[in-house]
Design a protein around this ligand. Structure first.
Ligand code: SF4
Length: 230
């Protein structure tokens, strides 16, 4: 089993329950969801396809993680859409190093592999998550680009565990531009429903990912739109 590894970099987790913790990110290549505001357009957008994506064995990826981060640092598998791949060999190789393995996924395929933490980011406007992934989620991250994203995102979550944390994150250009419509809507939603939490992509405030020279994020505009680039 070889994995198309688009990007790997050492940074901190900028979102969710593990916010602020050092983390090693593995960004795989390929995603069928085509979110209009995707900040990983290089993993799927036809205009931003890289000339080449390296295909690596699980053991080779584990070596990269081991060589570039302290041993207590956890790993985040992210998109592209990592759930498109059989993650068993990769999670086994990373666990063999003593690493915890997290995943960020839209949950559209059965999960193959032993994950220590599942962040589900449902895409109601595209393919919604499978019920088994909703049940497996440790936390949920709903990206709010339009006002209806809150309700439509929540409607994908039937069967969510009571202890799963639900976040509303403003889509990055809305947060960066301090769009009052979106930010106030999230604020009022959280005030009315204390189960929910308001979030933000803190790694972008810090521009933390870009400090690792392996990161190519700085070159990728949001969803392929250069005017919305990070
Ligand atoms: S945001 Fe995630 S699910 Fe959406 S297109 Fe980008 S990688 Fe795919």
């Amino acid at each position: 089993m070889k994995y198309p590894l688009y990007e790997h970099f050492y940074t901190f987790q900028g979102e969710g329950v593990h916010l602020g913790r050092a983390a090693y990110f593995l960004r795989l290549y390929g995603c069928p969801q085509a979110c209009p505001w995707c900040d990983s357009a290089g993993t799927w957008h036809p205009d931003y396809r890289p000339a080449q994506v390296q295909l690596l064995e699980a053991s080779e990826i584990a070596q990269l993680v081991e060589a570039n981060s302290p041993k207590e640092v956890f790993v985040v598998l992210t998109g592209g859409e990592p759930i498109m791949f059989d993650l068993k060999p990769l999670t086994q190789a990373l666990h063999a190093l003593g690493r915890k393995v997290h995943i960020e996924t839209s949950g559209i395929r059965p999960l193959r592999g032993n994950l220590d933490w599942v962040t589900l980011s449902p895409k109601a406007f595209a393919e919604p998550p499978l019920p088994e992934l909703v049940r497996r989620a440790d936390e949920v991250k709903i990206i709010v680009h339009n006002p209806q994203d809150i309700q439509e995102g929540l409607e994908t979550l039937q069967g969510l565990r009571d202890d799963a944390v639900v976040w509303f994150n403003p889509e990055w250009s809305k947060a960066r531009d301090r769009d009052a419509n979106i930010l106030n809507l999230i604020t009022e939603t959280v005030k009315q429903h204390p189960r929910y939490r308001a979030g933000v992509q803190m790694h972008k405030v810090y521009r933390a990912d870009e400090l690792d020279t392996n990161s190519v994020k700085a070159l990728i505009p949001l969803g392929g739109n250069p005017t919305l680039g990070v």
